[in-house]
Design a protein around this ligand. Structure first.
Ligand SMILES: NC(=O)c1ccc[n+]([C@@H]2O[C@H](COP(=O)([O-])OP(=O)(O)OC[C@H]3O[C@@H](n4cnc5c(N)ncnc54)[C@H](OP(=O)(O)O)[C@@H]3O)[C@@H](O)[C@H]2O)c1
Length: 254
């Protein structure tokens, strides 16, 4: 008997996914990956409208389904409306990926309260807002995945305390919410990357070299590598993983 392989049904066929900050970097790789595996992906952007529309068009040209929505993650009303819009077609939302994030550097003496508030608004409050909007739309089997950071566990440089704090906050959030959502069959986890080559974190230069010196695998990761872990957590195979932080950091925090 030969093994059969069903090539017509992809893992996320019939599923709707919502990704924040999908226009560039890690978020764009996640949009491409989920769409390639059959999901209908709605994703947000803040400023990069043309990148977002180009990404959605390229997914559709490849036979997938993607749709870009402008929504500032710091604007709770806009973000909640975008989540609702994502569920409009199918009436449900199966996968939520909270990826939008910012890194505002600065040592304590110079770091403004405005930058502190902005960091928390995008990296933490928006995650809570999107989850609150998504959960009523999520059936059993729903998946929530936040892009945290290995910096929740190790921050070996000065001038990044607010960012590290914002990513640590997500650890507590998923532990607590795993208890709220477990009885509803919904899992929630953090993917915690180390250095990944994006606009936020260029893979060459003195600072890149410094980071590589701290790593077991001395290189930046790729958005596609992060998207692979997101796809795993979104899959049926990961049904027993919840309340967890999964590091994918080349040994940065080892
Ligand atoms: N790169 C790394 O080394 C690294 C490591 C660990 C964790 N992370 C985390 O991974 C996530 C993605 O990072 P990245 O490196 O891909 O960053 P990036 O290249 O700077 O891209 C950021 C994305 O988030 C969107 N975004 C930012 N602020 C937003 C807001 N207020 N509302 C809506 N969208 C917003 C951007 O949209 P626009 O294009 O419209 O501005 C863009 O699509 C972040 O949470 C980051 O903290 C990154």
């Amino acid at each position: 008997m030969t093994a059969t392989h069903n090539t017509t049904t992809l893992p996320f066929t019939g599923k709707t996914a919502f990704v924040t900050g999908g226009s560039r970097g890690i978020g764009a790789a996640i949009v491409r990956r989920l769409a390639r595996q059959g999901a209908h992906v709605v994703f947000t952007y803040q400023n990069s409208g043309s990148d977002a529309e180009a990404l959605a068009a390229s997914v559709r040209a490849a036979g997938g389904q993607a749709h870009a929505v402008k929504a500032d993650a710091a604007d709770a009303q806009a973000l909640s409306a975008a989540v609702a819009e994502a569920a409009r077609v199918t009436g449900k939302l199966d996968i939520l990926v909270n990826n939008a994030g910012i890194f505002l550097p600065g040592a304590i003496d110079d770091f403004s309260l405005a930058d502190f508030d902005k960091t928390l608004a995008v990296n933490v409050r928006a995650v809570f807002v999107a989850i609150k909007a998504a959960v009523p739309l999520m059936p059993s089997g729903g998946r929530i995945i936040n892009i945290g950071s290995t910096n929740a566990h190790r921050m070996p440089f000065a001038g990044a305390a607010a960012y590290a704090m914002s990513k640590s906050a997500l650890s507590g959030l998923v532990q607590g919410l795993s208890r709220d959502l477990g009885p509803r069959g919904i899992t929630i986890n953090n993917v915690e990357p180390g250095p990944v080559a994006t606009d936020m974190n260029p893979p060459t230069g003195d600072f890149a070299d410094l980071m590589h010196g701290l790593m077991a695998l001395p290189r930046h990761g790729t958005g596609e590598e992060i998207a692979g872990m997101v796809a795993y957590l979104a899959s049926e195979e990961a049904a027993f993983v919840t309340g967890a932080g999964l590091k994918i950091d080349g040994g940065f925090a080892a």
